[in-house]
Design a protein. Structure first.
Length: 260
């Protein structure tokens, strides 16, 4: 039975839900694999323009299922397979050219926080808590994930979180830029779905290029992605969406973009 569910709450928007409530939505190898597959599938779907990631029953994701990983810890081939499955999932979330919004309710720990850092936006409900606990487990947080954390909260708070494994509450996460507030409803999923719907109305090529450029600059890879951004700019210049954008501006109406 899969613990990763895909739904389509509105046109052009997909929701991926982690459903392992008995483990606070911690992911075992099968769940990591299915989550990665979900993002690969949605990333390749031209009908999907924005993706919301959420958890069930008052938890976002408590990270990796420590008991599941411990079961393969002393089996090098199995351990490597498990680790590669996690890395593939991270790459699938980071690699989609579409906006990803994490609706964080309850714990967002360890690998769950790492997934959330790979989203474009994190919406934190009042019960949301964030932690990166490798220092409490005798492990090392990956360098690329550390870079994302530093970019989100700054070096000082990132060091504190990494050195101590301390839990950061929703208020501090919002104050430091790790997350966004849930809006007037207080429901992070409701706010995330509304934002996804808003983003899905933007020109897909424009959003794809903006995401590529922002992520590349944040990673210090501006020179590497400049050519790809320029190619998307040329594609946009010759697109029907550009013509539709101009028509809509002249006619004083919302544009209807097709991605072509």
């Amino acid at each position: 039975m899969t613990h990763i569910h895909i739904s389509h709450p509105s046109p052009r928007c997909a929701q991926v839900t982690i459903a392992r409530p008995e483990r606070r939505n911690a992911l075992d190898e099968a769940a990591w694999r299915d989550l990665g597959t979900a993002f690969e599938t949605l990333g390749a779907d031209p009908e999907v323009r924005a993706i919301v990631l959420a958890g069930t029953d008052g938890s976002f994701c408590a990270g990796d299922d420590i008991r599941a990983f411990a079961a393969v810890r002393d089996d090098p081939p199995a351990r490597l397979r498990y680790w590669n499955t996690i890395m593939r999932c991270y790459a699938a979330v980071s690699g989609t050219g579409k906006p990803v919004i994490a609706a964080v309710d309850g714990p967002c720990f360890g690998g769950g926080c790492t997934i959330a850092l790979r989203a474009d936006f994190r919406i934190a409900g009042a019960r949301a808590t964030f932690a990166v606990p490798p220092a409490k487990l005798g492990l090392v947080y990956p360098a690329d994930s550390t870079a994302l954390l530093v970019d989100a909260v700054g070096t000082g708070l990132a060091k504190y979180m990494l050195y101590t494994g301390a839990v950061v509450a929703a208020g501090q996460a919002i104050e430091t830029g790790l997350a966004m507030p849930p809006g007037s409803s207080g429901d992070p999923l409701e706010r995330a779905l509304a934002l996804a719907d808003e983003l899905s109305r933007s020109a897909p090529i424009s959003v794809r290029a903006a995401k590529l450029a922002c992520d590349g600059i944040a990673a210090g890879r501006h020179a590497e992605i400049a050519e790809a951004v320029a190619a998307l700019s040329d594609l946009a210049d010759n697109s029907e969406d550009y013509r539709e954008g101009v028509r809509a501006f002249v006619e004083k109406r919302p544009p209807v973009f097709t991605g072509a």
